[in-house]
Design a protein around this ligand. Structure first.
Ligand code: FES
Length: 149
């Protein structure tokens, strides 16, 4: 079998779409998910892993049901967010950035900008963007997610 060039636009597009779908289905890209994508697209697992590890949107380790991404970019910082919000959420969830709650519900991450600078401070949970956040709105949001099925 000839080695496919994963930098070719069509192959790259199909690979990214397949990785996105696999992550949607399994929550993260396990070695088994990487192998499955590789097999489907007739690529080597190494090629798939190299691409997946390049993009921060792909998760190569298990994560919580809710991936909480707190922006610590300049606009969020100037709007009173960033570190204070990160510390608030870390205290509420009792985890540090990069960690997952023991019940597997929340993973906390820091990101640099969510492209919501005009409505900072912002955070994202899974694919949902939350803007103009306050400690109160964060508490209400976390409580809603805690009690969600
Ligand atoms: S700096 Fe936070 S959304 Fe841009």
């Amino acid at each position: 079998m000839a080695v496919k060039d994963t930098t070719a636009p069509r192959i790259r597009a199909r690979l990214l779409a397949a990785l996105y779908l696999a992550q949607e289905q399994y929550g993260w890209l396990s070695p088994q998910a990487i192998e499955r994508v590789a097999s489907r697209l007739e690529l080597s697992p190494g090629q798939v892993y190299t691409t997946a590890s390049f993009y921060t949107m792909f998760k190569l380790e298990p994560r919580g049901k809710y991936l909480v991404q707190v922006c610590e970019g300049l606009s969020c910082y100037l709007a009173g967010g960033a570190e204070p919000i990160l510390e608030h959420i870390a205290r509420r969830l009792d985890i540090q950035p990069g960690e997952t709650t023991p019940d597997g519900r929340f993973t906390l991450e820091v990101v640099q900008c969510l492209a919501a600078c005009g409505t900072a401070p912002a955070l994202r949970i899974n694919d949902e963007l939350y803007e103009n956040m306050t400690f109160e709105s964060i508490d209400a949001l976390l409580e809603r997610l805690r009690s969600a099925a």
